[in-house]
Structures are given as C-alpha cells and as structure tokens.
Design a protein around this ligand. Sequence first.
Ligand SMILES: [Zn+2]
Length: 64
Amino acid sequence: MFYIKIGKKKRNLREDNIYTRCPICGREHAVDLQEILKGGDADLYGTSVYCPECSERQKASDNL
Ligand SMILES: [Zn+2]
C-alpha cells in the first residue's frame, strides 16, 4: 500500500482518491494508478492522463 504524507498526516492512496488533470481540457478526473503502473515505465510526476472524453476523441482521431 502507498500513502502520502502531508505534515504528520497520512492519507492512504486508494483507487478512488487519486486525481489528475486532463492535459487537453484541464478537467479534474480520477485515475486508476494500477493501470498506470502496469505500463512499467510510470513516471508519477510526468505522466498525464486524458479524461475519458479526450481519450475517446484521441482514439477516434488515431483511427482516421
Ligand atoms: Zn479532457
């Protein structure tokens, strides 16, 4: 298990309390850290995760 510390307070990282901002639309959305770590070369600071809508749009434009 991972947790973050803010001062002396610990906060468990759970699958439902990890958020990021979409690099395209800037919307805050929950991310599945397990999915990111599965990729193998995860960079927790540098990784950006598209929100569901933008990743759909991205997939659609890849298929053009
Ligand atoms: Zn987005």
